[in-house]
Design a protein around this ligand. Structure first.
Ligand SMILES: Cc1cc2nc3c(=O)[nH]c(=O)nc-3n(C[C@H](O)[C@H](O)[C@H](O)COP(=O)(O)OP(=O)(O)OC[C@H]3O[C@@H](n4cnc5c(N)ncnc54)[C@H](O)[C@@H]3O)c2cc1C
Length: 469
């Protein structure tokens, strides 16, 4: 579907100003050209941009932001547009600032085990860069070929290795950011110790483009562990899966991933993508674990698994292609769900000890509020992080979201575990953040972006009386 930019785009004086900064071919206004920037990955969130602008350097980003601020134009920063909460697409005539051209990766700083990447470099490119030198980016997930380093920082992305390494926040060693007035803040020394003053970089991590535009990132790296073994395990239920992971963790110090999915997700993945089923028998629940180290973990992992009760069937894979085939069952979930329709997506976390009980309750709540909807639950087990996906529930999105997120709050959980708040969850943030926390967040926003020009309506609601862009 072609999406027009603002009807005035072709005569917009801002377009001419931006063209003098980035060159006319990097200011987009034609429907076919702006369309990919105006629709999110799930096809659920669509908006009309005033313009799309593609700066090619930090200086250009700074000049673009200053020009937009001068014109009172609201801005939406966009990286790979793989976000799942509608945070990177325009909502009401904003200028989309695409960071993808800032894709330079500097030579790895091997002494500090750090890498400096432009905001538009993809996660996969950064991984390749680090791996060539025996190091690795400690973050990984299925959207690695599209998600950008800037987007990953802006969303504090999680993924499949949080169990071992933590979220993106733990690895940001430096940041370069353009603030709402076009000024540039650079903290790129990569010092491990620096407690002299507020840490602006930490504040920007997870701010989803509402406090500043990330232009470059200094990322901490970890050793590239090439000896790996993955195991796909069939179990009866989530309760058993939680117990299996606890036991593997207790007995091995090299567990890197523990991913959960169920029969409904496997059916969808195999049906949609034509994959062969992993086992001859079907099972209710599946767990994918991966160990990694400097010594081949295959035998040790297999021995531990053989000793744990509750595993109905197991497939262990050591070589790359067989491991990738097992991972495909889990990583293809989002793609298969998207192929089947436009989903309502909820990304929540509860304490791991409550995960199974919470999941039972979610199924009940969905049955009650969206009967007949197709429910696909999967996620990162070790962090109690479930992706609750509903197909065929678009007309009941509000009511079902309300019910599931109320339940999350009752469990003391998070309504946005790793995807963020975006525009999708703004209404529900007060469920898990106190009035005092929200007041502090609003105060930070007002201090850094008093005219509410950066990604308005994302994370926090636009306050009444905020200047209209
Ligand atoms: C198949 C699939 C699997 C996924 N798996 C995971 C997963 O396991 N874990 C996880 O955490 N996420 C996952 N995601 C979500 C998504 O990939 C991440 O949120 C990712 O970090 C987004 O990066 P991006 O470059 O695409 O950002 P975008 O989608 O372009 O933007 C996301 C948000 O960040 C802001 N932003 C982007 N770039 C900048 C910048 N340079 N400066 C300031 N703000 C910016 C945007 O305004 C927006 O609010 C998955 C997505 C898909 C499609």
């Amino acid at each position: 579907m072609p999406i027009d930019a603002s009807p005035h785009a072709r005569t917009d004086p801002l377009a001419a100003t931006l063209a003098t900064i980035v060159g006319a071919r990097h200011v987009l206004a034609e429907p076919d050209l702006v369309a990919p920037y105006a629709v999110d990955w799930t096809n659920r969130w669509t908006g009309r941009p005033r313009l799309v602008v593609r700066p090619g350097s930090t200086d250009e980003v700074a000049a673009v932001v200053a020009a937009c601020a001068q014109a009172g134009a609201a801005m939406v920063p966009q990286g790979g547009n793989t976000g799942l909460v509608g945070g990177a697409v325009p909502r009401r005539d904003e200028v989309v600032i695409s960071l993808r051209r800032l894709d330079r990766i500097e030579p790895v700083d091997q002494d500090a085990a750090q890498l400096v990447a432009g905001a538009g470099a993809t996660l996969a490119d950064a991984q390749r860069h680090a791996r060539a030198l025996g190091l690795d980016v400690p973050i990984d997930f299925a959207a690695r070929d599209g998600a950008t380093i800037g987007g990953i920082v802006a969303t504090n992305a999680g993924g499949e290795r949080v169990l071992r390494y933590g979220t993106t926040r733990a690895h940001v060693a430096g940041l370069e950011v353009v603030l709402a007035d076009g000024s540039v803040v650079r903290r790129m020394s990569g010092l491990a110790k620096d407690s002299a003053g507020f840490d602006i970089a930490s504040l920007l991590v997870g701010s989803e483009g509402t406090l500043g535009i990330v232009t470059a990132v200094r990322l901490g790296l970890v050793p590239h562990l090439t000896e790996r073994a993955a195991a796909l395990l069939a179990v009866d239920d989530t309760r058993t899966a939680v117990g299996v992971v606890a036991e593997v963790r207790r007995r091995r110090d090299d567990l890197e991933a523990a991913e959960l999915f169920h029969a409904e997700g496997l059916d969808l993945v195999c049906g949609t993508l034509g994959l062969a089923r992993p086992f001859q028998r079907d099972h209710p629940t599946y767990l994918l674990v991966e160990c990694a180290g400097r010594v081949d973990p295959t035998e040790g992992l297999a021995a531990v698994l053989a000793d744990i009760d509750g595993i109905a069937e197991a497939a262990v894979a050591a070589d790359g292609p067989r491991r990738a085939a097992l991972w495909r069952y889990r990583e293809a979930h989002s793609e298969a769900i998207n192929t089947a329709g436009v989903p309502v997506k909820l990304d929540v976390a509860v304490p791991v000890r409550d995960l199974a009980r919470f999941e039972d309750d979610v199924r009940g709540v969905v049955d009650a509020t969206a009967p007949g909807a197709r429910l696909v639950i999967f996620g990162h087990l070790a962090e109690g992080n479930l992706h609750v996906n509903l197909l065929g529930a678009a007309d009941r999105a509000e009511v079902v979201t309300d019910a599931v997120l109320e339940l999350v709050a009752a469990f003391g959980g998070s309504i946005g575990a790793e995807h963020g708040v975006g525009q999708a969850k703004v209404r529900w943030l007060p469920l898990t953040r106190t009035r005092e926390e929200l007041a502090a967040m609003n105060a930070v926003k007002r201090a850094l972006d008093p005219r509410w020009l950066l990604n308005p309506g994302v994370v926090l609601p636009i306050p009444q009386g905020a200047p209209e862009s």
